[in-house]
Design a protein. Structure first.
Length: 86
């Protein structure tokens, strides 16, 4: 992997952080996510929905409470920033 990066830098110049992370995570041979499954009990981390649905249900209850505290607006935008696969 080090030679791959060195050749790429010599040919194209410096990498952006996004390019570096893309290679580090998804390089076909050496990428973190390409070598094995990083998720779950056998991986490096487990996200709460993989263990129990209670966390998601509690987040839903909190969202309803926040919506009500805002006066029940007709339009609301929810955005999830999660690492869970799929």
């Amino acid at each position: 992997p080090r030679r791959d990066l060195g050749s790429r830098i010599r040919f194209r110049g410096p990498l952006t952080v996004a390019e570096y992370m893309g290679l580090a995570l998804t390089h076909p041979e050496h990428g973190y996510y390409m070598r094995r499954d990083a998720f779950g009990r056998a991986g490096d981390f487990t996200t709460s929905p993989e263990v129990c649905q209670a966390f998601g249900e509690l987040v839903g209850v909190w969202c309803v409470a926040a919506w009500e505290a805002l006066g029940r607006p007709a339009r609301v935008r929810l955005a999830e920033a999660g690492a869970r696969p799929g």
